[in-house]
Every structure is written in structure tokens, then in C-alpha cells.
Design a protein around this ligand. Structure first.
Ligand code: MRU
Length: 354
């Protein structure tokens, strides 16, 4: 499995995903501004992966702070937090990383600055390792819904490359393969940045998982032919009522799945669930530059000056979602909020595979 990101000797090595699949190149980020640039320019992308990158950016940014008191250290961290938070607004994972750091530092106010710096580096590595474990657990729960012989459709890339490893949406797929189930994956190409074509199909092929790449506008036809058994996608931010923000085109796929009675699952680590937002219409949605639409790899494909709308994410209402696969189990979207309520008996609300 390819390594997305690592923190070694105070340097963040980031796989430049914009170059995939043609070149496998790691960029050395020696300061937090370079990590932020990498997130903004999609060298690294995918909600959990950018949360990990943010934790690592915080760690290397903190190392460069010259402070003698806890308060000065926290003041030094502020521009780092803000720069990272401004990179990409939809995925909640950067916010998650910043809030988690603040809380953990608050619990260690009495420690020396040097020990806080070491702690942040260790913590960033822990976030990476935990993420892989979480994805494997998502894989275990989600694979119960995959039968031998099933064909699964996915959108964008919610695989190893979008996480610390193993993937969220690819978690159940990888686990099913490990269990000896014969499965097949359809990967939507995912215009305009082509994460499905460039990343999902590449990483599945690397691991010998059977995959067929389709243009985004083909999923309807394949569903109509009855060739898909279930859909599994990732999420950038899932909110309290079970609405899901994910890569643009996810909503279209979910509506089509409903029309064809195909179950639609969302793989969501708790770090991508934002219980503070009640409904999906309140999720901040990133819009990106026009060039991603008018050009493909530097070649212009649309007329000069054409107006473009490049909305990077859409919101799929909970009513289209069969189940949300988390590291705590699989839940109906309408039950998701109960995960945030103390004392909930999770076993009693878990969705069971037939
Ligand atoms: O713009 P991207 O490539 O960062 O969008 C990624 C997605 O939409 C993924 O599906 C989502 O982040 C989940 S990744 C496990």
C-alpha cells in the first residue's frame, strides 16, 4: 500500500498526488506554510489525509516557535492554526486536528515548551497510525454488507491516498478481499480533478483489486443494467442529521442508487463527523478556480473567457443514505446523532447485515 504522508526528522514528506499516476514523487515540506500549500494545491487531499497533514504541519510549525511561556507558545501557534484552517473549508478534519491539539495542549499547560514540541510530533504520528487502525475497523464493519460476487461503485478517492492508509470507502472493499470474497469495483472518474481515474483506479490496481473505470455520466446506465450491488463513498463532513458532504457528483450517484434500489453507504470516521452542525445546508462548500474545468493537464478544452462554476463538494441528504459506516459500527443516518449522546447503547441501534 502506497504511503501518503510521513513525518520524519522534523520534515513532512508528502506524496504529490497531482502527479499520479504518471509519477510517484514525494515533496519535502520543511515548514508549516509548505504543508498548507500542499493541502490547498491538492498535493495531498481527502478529508482524513488533510487532517493528518494538518497535525504534522502543526508539529513542525511548533518546533520553530521561540517561546518561553505556555501563553507565548499558544500565541505562536495561532497563525499556524489559522493558515491551515484557511486552506480547505469543507472537510472538517483540519478543524478536528486544530481543536484536538488545543485540547491536548490545555491538558499539558505545566509541561516545558520542549516537551510540548516533542508531544506534538509524537501526537501527529499517532494521528496517522490511529487513522489506519480506524480504517481497518471501518473495513471490518462495512465488509459485512459486501457479499461474495458483489460489484461496488465508488466516487472520487476515499482510499489509501485519501487517508493514512487502507482508506475509508476502500476499507470495506479491502476487508472483503482479505476475507476471500470475489468482488469488483466501478470507479467514477470524478471530473474535474479526476481522483477516480488517477487515484482510485491506480491504488486498487496496485493491490490487484479488480476495478473498472467509468466516466461520471456512465453510472446511471450501469445501475440501470442492474450491474451494481452497492455503493460506498467517503465523506468530507457528515453532520448531525446524517446529511453527507462529499465530492461533487456524490449526490447524483446517491439519487440514482435510490431509483435503482441499490444500497448507498458512506464510510465516515468519527473525525469526519461534525455533530455541531445540525443539517447539511450549513456545511461550508468549497468552490475552486475555473482552470480545473477549462483545462486538462494544461491543455485548454473550453473557449476563452467561458463562465465556469467549479463546486468541489455536494451534500447528499440523509434520506438517500442506507448506512453510515464508522469505527463504532454501521448506523442509519437518522441515528447518527445518538453517537454523540452519552449513554447510548450503540449495539441496539447498529444496522445489521442480512
Ligand atoms: O477534493 P478532494 O480530493 O479532497 O475530495 C475528496 C473526497 O471528496 C473524498 O471522498 C473524501 O474526502 C473522503 S476521503 C476518505
Amino acid at each position: 500500500m502506497v504511503k501518503t504522508i510521513e513525518l520524519v526528522n522534523g520534515v513532512v514528506n508528502m506524496l504529490d498526488q497531482t502527479k499520479l499516476p504518471r509519477e510517484v514523487i514525494y515533496v519535502e515540506c520543511k515548514d508549516y506554510t509548505m504543508v498548507a500549500k500542499g493541502i490547498k494545491e491538492l498535493w495531498i487531499r481527502g478529508a482524513p489525509a488533510i487532517g493528518i497533514a494538518a497535525s504534522m504541519g502543526i508539529a513542525i510549525g511548533a518546533n520553530a516557535i521561540n517561546a518561553s511561556s505556555y501563553d507565548d507558545f499558544m500565541k505562536g501557534l495561532e497563525p499556524i492554526f489559522n493558515t491551515l484552517l484557511e486552506t480547505r473549508p469543507t472537510a472538517v478534519n483540519i478543524q478536528w486536528a486544530v481543536e484536538r491539539t488545543k485540547k491536548l495542549l490545555d491538558e499539558r499547560k505545566d509541561e516545558s515548551i520542549d516537551s510540548l514540541k516533542t508531544f506534538l510530533t509524537d501526537e501527529a504520528n499517532r494521528v496517522l497510525e490511529n487513522d489506519i487502525e480506524i480504517n481497518k475497523t471501518i473495513g471490518k464493519f462495512g465488509s459485512r454488507f459486501i457479499k461474495d460476487g458483489d460489484t461496488i461503485i465508488t466516487h472520487c478517492n476515499a482510499g489509501s491516498l485519501a487517508t493514512g492508509g487502507y482508506g475509508t470507502a476502500t476499507g470495506p472493499i479491502r476487508a472483503a478481499v482479505e476475507q476471500g470474497k470475489k468482488i469488483h469495483v466501478y470507479a467514477d472518474e470524478t471530473r474535474p480533478v479526476l481522483q477516480g481515474a488517477r487515484l482510485t483506479s491506480w491504488e486498487l490496481m496496485q493491490d490487484n483489486i479488480p476495478v473498472t473505470l467509468i466516466p461520471d455520466n456512465t453510472s446511471g446506465a450501469i445501475l440501470q443494467k442492474g450491474e451494481i450491488d452497492l455503493a460506498i463513498v467517503g465523506t468530507d463532513r457528515t453532520v448531525a442529521n446524517g446529511d453527507v458532504a462529499n465530492k461533487i457528483g456524490t449526490y447524483m450517484l446517491a439519487v440514482l442508487c435510490k431509483e435503482h434500489n441499490v444500497p448507498f453507504y458512506v464510510a465516515a470516521p468519527l473525525s469526519s463527523i461534525d455533530f455541531s452542525i445540525p443539517t447539511g445546508d450549513l456545511i461550508p462548500i468549497e468552490e475552486r478556480g475555473s482552470e480545473e474545468v477549462t483545462h486538462i493537464f494544461g491543455t485548454q478544452i473550453a473557449p476563452d473567457g467561458v463562465k465556469v462554476r467549479n463546486i468541489a463538494f455536494d451534500v447528499t441528504p440523509a434520506k438517500y443514505i442506507t448506512g453510515i459506516i464508522t469505527e463504532k459500527g454501521v448506523f442509519r443516518p437518522e441515528d447518527l446523532h445518538k453517537l454523540n449522546e452519552p449513554g447510548t447503547d450503540l449495539e441496539s441501534i447498529m444496522l445489521k447485515a442480512e
